[in-house]
Design a protein around this ligand. Structure first.
Ligand SMILES: C[S@@+](CC[C@H](N)C(=O)[O-])C[C@H]1O[C@@H](n2cnc3c(N)ncnc32)[C@H](O)[C@@H]1O
Length: 427
């Protein structure tokens, strides 16, 4: 398993806080080693001992490390996201993110002909910050949309669900939590949306060998009792189909030893959303690449990263249960899987452009108009300006992708411009 130096891409929300956003440029940062979570480690050892040939796929390992009910990262690390945790996401930086998303969602409601109810399904809501910002802004600025709103959250972690319930108490009559299995086919008219959900879905890892494409499995090292990797045949023919879907031809320039990820869970997720969505949109915000960049022969070690205490590295077996494990999103896979499921791509842009088109630039300009000699107010304004800049930083969050897919939309609806995907005024 290759190991690189511990690195991080930093940003400052105030002088005493240094936080990491994913996909940012990196610099050195010393992180104290953390022993594995013993509960998770026991679960993993049991699972490996019982598994056929004593091994599980990397996707099963990632699922266990992140979501095991007893010891998984998202089950036990309640403050995983945020300045006190391991990385920050856009909603944690500034309420501008959720508020501008609300502007977009209310416009989509109009495009759909103002359906009642208008269902919003937020997937992977973390600590509920984005939900709170969206709900508060719709309530104060778009009352007609808010009046018909049915806000649902699909959240895999029971602990995070609990935190979300507490944060969203003010909207207890408006928000419901559900499992994927609670959502009936064709039951939603509205919009499914997520921020940094898809990078948290488990991925399979494959490696090109002299004998062709093989898969990376996780097993137990007999001597040390710690997890180690072994290589074996593909666990499912779906892996071959996945690379066909995204147009990877292994005979064309890939070196032996090339390893990368396949996003089968993301394909399943898109299919589920498409099944439940009767009419409306799927809005996905995350970091990643289109397939030609993702599977560039030079990206020979894939995109897998571990995040721990605002530092990142490429060893998923470190700090077990205490670190996030992610892979970049393959946006081509989302688009190509969506199409046969009835979800056609409407637009793709970058977060900086999306937020600017929705009014982030105006908010920045308003900040510049503040005239005060009160140091507290001036400091607040400086901090907010810094947060806004981070949301659109082309070397960080601004470089995230925003993908909009639509289902069962009449041609006149598809033809309408969607504000977040227009070119924003720069002046
Ligand atoms: C990286 S966090 C992002 C949280 C939040 N959206 C934000 O921007 O701060 C990923 C979230 O997705 C949730 N999650 C992961 N897999 C999920 C699944 N299959 N269904 C629902 N939620 C899931 C995690 O528990 C966590 O809340």
């Amino acid at each position: 398993m290759p190991q690189r130096l511990v690195l991080y891409g930093l940003c400052c929300t105030n002088p005493s806080t240094v936080v990491l956003v994913k996909n940012a440029p990196t610099s050195r940062h010393l992180v104290l080693p953390m022993p594995h979570n013993p509960v998770l480690f026991d679960v993993l050892q049991d699972r490996l001992r019982q598994a056929p040939q004593g091994r599980i796929t990397f996707a099963d390992f990632m699922d266990l490390a992140l979501y095991d009910p007893a010891g998984g990262y998202y089950t036990t690390q309640v403050a995983a996201v945020g300045p006190q945790g391991d990385f920050v996401t856009s909603p944690h930086l500034s309420r501008d993110f959720g508020e501008l998303l609300a502007v977009q969602l209310s416009e989509l409601w109009h495009h759909l002909g103002q359906p009642e109810p208008f269902t919003l399904v937020e997937m992977g809501a973390g600590q509920g910050i984005m939900a709170a910002d969206v709900l508060a802004y719709l309530q104060s600025q778009f009352q007609d949309c808010f009046a018909v709103l049915d806000y649902r959250i699909v959240e895999k972690s029971p602990v995070l669900r609990h935190i979300q319930r507490k944060r969203l108490e003010a909207w207890a009559d408006r928000v419901t939590w559900c499992d994927w299995t609670d959502l009936a086919a064709d039951s939603v008219t509205g919009c499914f949306f997520s921020n940094e959900l898809v990078d948290a879905l488990p991925v399979h890892q494959v490696i090109l060998t002299e004998t062709g494409l093989q898969e990376i499995y996780v097993t137990l090292d007999e001597e040390s009792g710690t997890p180690k990797e072994v290589i074996g045949p593909l666990s499912t023919p779906r892996l071959g189909e996945y690379f066909d879907l995204v147009g990877v031809d292994w005979a064309r320039g890939y070196p032996v030893g090339y390893r990368t990820e396949a996003h089968l869970a993301a394909l399943d997720w898109i299919a589920t959303v498409a099944r439940v969505l009767n009419r409306g949109y799927l809005l996905t915000i995350d970091y990643g690449y289109p397939a030609d960049r993702y599977y560039n022969p030079q990206r020979a070690q894939g995109t897998l990263q571990g995040y721990y205490q605002h530092a990142h590295h490429n060893d998923p077996y470190r700090h077990l249960g205490h670190q996030d494990i992610t892979a970049h999103v393959n946006f081509t896979a989302l688009e190509r899987q969506g199409a046969p499921c009835g979800l056609s791509t409407l637009d793709l842009t970058q977060q900086a452009i999306f937020l600017m088109a929705l009014g982030l630039g105006d908010r920045l300009a308003d900040l510049a108009k503040i005239q005060s000699t009160d140091p507290a107010i001036v400091n607040q304004a400086i901090q907010r300006r810094d947060q806004i800049h981070q949301l659109m930083n082309p070397m960080g969050l601004g470089n995230f992708w925003v993908l909009l897919q639509g289902k069962n939309l009449a041609p006149e609806i598809v033809a309408q411009p969607i504000r977040g995907f227009t070119i924003p005024p720069l002046g």
